[in-house]
Design a protein around this ligand. Structure first.
Ligand SMILES: NC(=O)c1ccc[n+]([C@@H]2O[C@H](COP(=O)([O-])OP(=O)(O)OC[C@H]3O[C@@H](n4cnc5c(N)ncnc54)[C@H](OP(=O)(O)O)[C@@H]3O)[C@@H](O)[C@H]2O)c1
Length: 302
């Protein structure tokens, strides 16, 4: 809940101005938190009439913000994925403008897919990325391009993102889920409250000079997807479809769906939570889904 999230976080330094490039699911939530903490925020979307669009940036149509709109930004967070050709849309088109800003911190939302397969083992920031999927290879190339930009960069690596409006609850209600079981297959996840809370925490730490270059933001409990669906089914009182063995149905999955089952890893948050002192708002999928349900019920009662 935004009110509680705001209470749990410290305001950004006075006179900060945050630019969020890509005000989608995560971007809008981070913007809402930063605004709730009293910071001036600008969010980009590809269409001027999209909800929460303060400025327009669309690399595909070459629509760029004007210098006057962004030249006094102090903190920048890119939430925009790589182009199909592997290039980073922001660096390709906005780097000159960005270099003219009085930037104290630049964040780049990346994915834990860059680590590749750990066969269910734990992975930390010190593990060398070995991306297997082409999309993860493109992502690692973008991370490297951001690192080479010379900006005051911090890379935030995220596992599966969920939150109110985009969770196992919605998938179940839409009748879209399958209870697929594959031995030793776990997924890590993060609730958007913690993407937002951790981003603010990291900006404040960077202000004090503590800024590791790469941070995983994930919850405490990597787990099988079927466990998450079972809990969502209980919350909604919806009967789940029967369990299916991955080996028997893998030939029915799309290449994209299949790619998620080819890697298994437990993403460690020790650096963020133990060393950098961030306290998770939604430490596991049960608490996170409880929050999603409350927010869904609130929306329904409006
Ligand atoms: N979803 C996951 O589970 C997951 C997991 C790990 C990492 N990530 C990565 O984390 C980041 C945030 O994820 P999210 O789920 O919050 O993303 P999202 O909701 O899909 O938002 C992506 C944002 O990027 C903008 N965008 C996309 N292509 C663009 C382009 N060519 N030019 C300008 N803007 C463009 C979109 O514009 P519009 O607002 O106009 O659509 C949107 O605001 C993304 O990079 C994503 O790939 C996602």
């Amino acid at each position: 809940m935004l009110k509680e999230l705001v209470k749990a976080c410290k305001p950004l330094p006075p006179k900060s101005k945050l630019l969020i490039l890509g005000g989608g699911f995560s971007g809008q939530h981070i913007a809402a938190l930063a605004r709730g903490l009293g910071t001036e925020v600008l969010c980009s979307r590809r269409k001027a009439d999209a909800s929460g669009a303060d400025i327009v940036f669309d690399s595909g149509l070459n629509l760029l913000p004007a210098n006057e709109e962004i030249n006094d930004v102090t903190h920048l967070l890119s939430c925009i994925p790589p182009e199909k050709n592997g290039k980073d849309p922001v660096l390709e088109l906005l780097l000159d403008q960005i270099k003219n800003m009085p930037l104290k911190w630049v964040g780049y939302l990346s994915t834990t897919g860059v680590y590749g397969d750990f066969k269910g083992g734990w992975v930390t920031e010190s593990n060398t990325p070995k991306p297997q999927q082409p999309r993860s290879q493109r992502r690692l190339a973008c991370e490297k391009a951001w690192e080479a930009s010379g900006l005051p960069l911090q890379i935030l690596r995220l596992p599966g993102i969920y939150g109110p409006g985009r969770s196992a609850l919605e998938s179940l209600k839409a009748g879209k889920v399958r209870m697929i079981e594959k031995p030793n297959q776990v997924f890590s996840r993060v609730h958007i409250d913690d993407i937002a809370g951790a981003a603010i925490h990291l900006i404040n730490l960077a202000e004090k000079g503590e800024k590791p270059s790469i941070i995983n933001i994930s919850d405490d409990l990597p787990i099988e997807n079927t466990e998450v669906l079972r809990y969502a089914g209980k919350l909604l009182d919806i009967k789940l479809p029967p369990n299916e063995s991955f080996d028997l149905i893998s030939n029915q999955l799309s290449p994209m769906a299949l790619s998620f089952w080819q890697e298994s890893r437990r993403v460690s948050n020790d650096l963020l939570c133990k060393q950098l002192g961030y306290k998770l708002i939604q430490p596991n999928y049960k608490l996170g889904l409880n929050d999603c349900l409350i927010q869904y019920q609130l929306r329904m009662n409006c």
